[in-house]
Structures are given as C-alpha cells and as structure tokens.
Ligand binder design. Structure first.
Ligand SMILES: NC(=O)c1ccc[n+]([C@@H]2O[C@H](COP(=O)([O-])OP(=O)(O)OC[C@H]3O[C@@H](n4cnc5c(N)ncnc54)[C@H](OP(=O)(O)O)[C@@H]3O)[C@@H](O)[C@H]2O)c1
Length: 266
C-alpha cells in the first residue's frame, strides 16, 4: 500500500516504538491518528509531526475501554475522511515468577495486549471494509512465540495476540484486509527498563536488543508490502521454529539462557 495520504490509526503512539513509527509514517505522508493514555507525551509526538509538515491528530484514551477505542476510530474517520490501516502497538509487560504473580497481573496483560487490540481492531473493521482494502499491523513479541522463565504472564497475552492475528489474517484476507504480525525480540525502550533488563534479557541470542527505529521500519514495511510475519532480528524466526519442532531441546536451551534452576532431563 502506498502510504502517502493514507489515514492510519497508531496506538501506543507516545512510546519508544510508537513515536519512532509515527515519525517514519509522517515522512511517508500518512495522516495519523495518534492514540495513547497520557495526553502530554502524545501532544509532543503530534507537534513533532506537525513540525515535519505532517498531518496528525492526538486522541487520548485507553485501549482497555471499548468507548475510547471506538472514539479513536470516529476521530480518524471524521478528521481524515476514512481509515486505511491500524497499527496496534500499545502494550503492557511485567515479569514475575509464576508463583509470585497474581490473577490481577494476568488480567492486566490480557486487558491491554489482547482485549485492547481486539477492541481497537473491531471498532476499525467497518471503516477498513468501507475502503474495500486495509492493513492491520499487530506489534506482538518474540514472547508470543517462545515461552521463557518469569515471562508467563506476558507470554500468555502475546501468544493469544499471535493466535488471534493469525485467525484474522485468514478470515480477513478475502475481504481485502491484510493482517501483519511484527515480532521483535527485546527493544531499547522504557518498556524494557520497566521490565527490569537484568531479568528480561537472557544470555547469548536471548540478550539481543533491537532499536525502536528498526521496529518502526518493520511496521512501515509491513504496511507498504503486507506479509504474514516480520521477525526482528530476522534470524529469530529460526529460534521460534526450533521451539515448535524440538520443544524439549528448547526447554534446556531457554533454561540455560535465563539461568533458571537445574531440571532433570526428560
Ligand atoms: N520494548 C520491548 O522490549 C518490546 C519487545 C517486544 C515487543 N514489544 C511490544 O512493543 C509495543 C510497544 O512497546 P514499547 O517498547 O514502545 O513500549 P513503551 O515505550 O512503554 O510504549 C508503550 C505505549 O503504549 C501506550 N499504552 C500502554 N498502555 C496503554 C493503554 N492501556 N491504552 C492506550 N495506550 C497504552 C503508552 O502510552 P500511555 O502509557 O500514555 O498510555 C505508550 O505510548 C508493546 O506492544 C510491547 O509489548 C516491546
């Protein structure tokens, strides 16, 4: 899809990946509806886009609230005459051992990463269908493909997001709507700091950190030329494949990389 003049709704637009994506999309000439909770940081991104000569509207809201998700779509359609694409990037992540976490922590992850994405996308679907074509980009995570010690609460939400996206892709393609999954390993943003990078990063390949601008470029590439999945770094796709083909071997590797307790070999 040629991005110039396209109306795009971007959630999590004030964060590390979101603000980098907003800048790139504005340079491509897209008309942006920027969505996140905090109005201050969102306004900074909107002004930066305006200073680049781009068109953007800021909508302060929470993806966990169905009314806010619907309002963002109404704003995008009202301001820019329709909607061509949605980038579901807003996300929440926190690490905890399974025994120390809580049902509340699990619900927080599911509310933002799964239900939030669901609500925004479902609210946007009629507007995308009205155009006769469209793209939904869901920013998942390598944690949506491979489980790791202390990640189970986040893993649960991102695995659900990946499965939901895969089903949408197969259901919506005949309607002219592409669904793209962007699957980054760790990204250098405040999100990683909040998770606690000592625990979040493993050894060797599990310690790879990519830049927010690399993820932003992947989002732009997915919008321009939709494809099912984009891994960052690209070779992490093979680790995800190994996890499916040889789960027992992957258990031993992941435990070692994340320095978990010794377990008996199965
Ligand atoms: N950083 C990583 O290591 C990493 C790795 C893989 C995947 N990801 C995924 O990449 C995405 C973006 O992450 P990031 O690293 O850019 O994080 P970030 O810097 O913390 O930004 C998160 C963005 O989402 C918004 N947001 C959070 N909860 C929201 C809610 N309930 N409603 C609306 N907006 C909400 C935040 O703004 P407000 O707080 O103001 O709402 C902010 O704009 C997330 O989905 C994350 O899971 C991140």
């Amino acid at each position: 899809m040629e991005l110039s003049g396209r109306s795009i709704l971007l959630t999590g637009a004030s964060g590390g990946i979101g603000s980098a994506a907003a800048g790139l999309l504005a340079r491509e000439g897209a008309k942006l509806t920027l969505f996140a909770r905090g109005p201050g940081p969102l306004e900074i991104v909107r002004r930066r886009i305006e200073s680049l000569g781009g068109a953007a509207v800021a909508v302060s809201g929470d993806v966990r609230k169905p009314g806010d998700a619907a309002r963002a779509v109404v704003e995008a359609v009202g301001r820019f005459g329709g909607l061509d694409a949605v980038v579901n990037n807003a996300g929440f992540g926190s690490l905890a051992p399974f025994r120390d976490g809580s049902e509340t922590l699990l619900a927080e992850h599911l509310e933002t990463n799964v239900l939030g994405t669901f609500r925004v996308s479902r609210a946007a679907l009629p507007a995308l269908e009205a155009r006769g074509r469209g793209v939904i980009v869901n920013v998942a995570s390598f944690a949506g493909r491979v489980g790791a010690p202390n990640y189970s609460y986040y893993n649960a939400s991102k695995f659900a997001l990946v499965g939901m996206s895969e089903a949408w892709r197969r259901e919506l393609l005949p309607l002219g709507i592409d669904v793209v999954l962007v699957i980054p390993q760790a990204v250098e943003t405040a999100f990683l700091d909040r998770m606690g990078r000592d625990r979040a990063l493993g050894a060797g390949p599990a310690g790879t950190v990519v830049s927010p601008s690399a993820v932003a470029r992947a989002i732009v590439a997915g919008l321009r030329r939709p494809r099912p999945e984009i891994y960052l770094p690209a070779h992490s796709r093979w680790l995800a494949a190994m996890n499916v083909l040889w789960p027992g071997l992957s258990d031993r590797i992941m435990i070692r990389l994340f320095r978990g307790p010794k377990v008996a070999r199965r």
